[in-house]
Design a protein around this ligand. Sequence first.
Ligand SMILES: O=P(O)(O)OC[C@H]1O[C@H](OP(=O)(O)OP(=O)(O)O)[C@H](O)[C@@H]1O
Ligand SMILES: O=c1cc[nH]c(=O)[nH]1
Ligand SMILES: [Mg+2]
Length: 216
Amino acid sequence: MIGMERLIVDHPLAAARLTTMRDETTDNAGFRAALSDLTQMLVYEALAGAPKADVQIKTPLTPFTGSRLAKPPLLVPVLRAGLGMVEQAHAMVPEAQVGFVGIARDERTAQPVPYLESLPDDLSGHPVFVLDPMLATGGSMLHTMELLVARNATDITAVCVVAAPQGVEALERSGHPCRLVVAAIDEGLDEANYIVPGLGDAGDRQFGPRWTSAAD
Ligand SMILES: O=P(O)(O)OC[C@H]1O[C@H](OP(=O)(O)OP(=O)(O)O)[C@H](O)[C@@H]1O
Ligand SMILES: O=c1cc[nH]c(=O)[nH]1
Ligand SMILES: [Mg+2]
């Protein structure tokens, strides 16, 4: 098996924001701010080497051949936690379109329970950035990738903050056409399938508890 491409963004500024996110004394506002800053760094690194297209412009002095992204990625935040990444990612790639996937892990089984899907029908030829701070067992990311591959996506980047080795391996074994951009790969998972040392529940730490409808 050819290994999945993975990029660990190991920059002092990324490490400082991640430390803020890990710190249990960081409040929700501080957590969201650090996630936003870190997303900027992750997206910046994820797009290094992306193909460019020429753009003819004029500076105030002379004609000039500049450039733009040849293929802006579709941004796909995985609700809820990925919502904290999409505004900053979109600011970095303002021309990007945005799709949405909503998944909540079952707290007992850690299985992904999907509740929202809003994606283009055909993703042939379109790069996709999946935004989710946490890659734990990998179940939620794999479900998202299956939705994308079913729509002919062949170029998927998982943009995450913290990954567990189990989640990285699950992506690798899936054979999906993907790569991983992440700030850190942590030690593992605890008995409740939370990443250790991790940062806790990335959805709760941004937005508070997740409420379910009476029907659930
Ligand atoms: O790799 P996995 O084991 O699937 O775990 C990772 C998922 O868990 C978290 O979402 P969660 O289910 O807590 O939903 P939330 O974002 O609404 O809090 C996280 O944002 C991922 O989507
Ligand atoms: O550690 C974890 C694992 C899954 N989801 C989270 O938000 N945190
Ligand atoms: Mg959560």
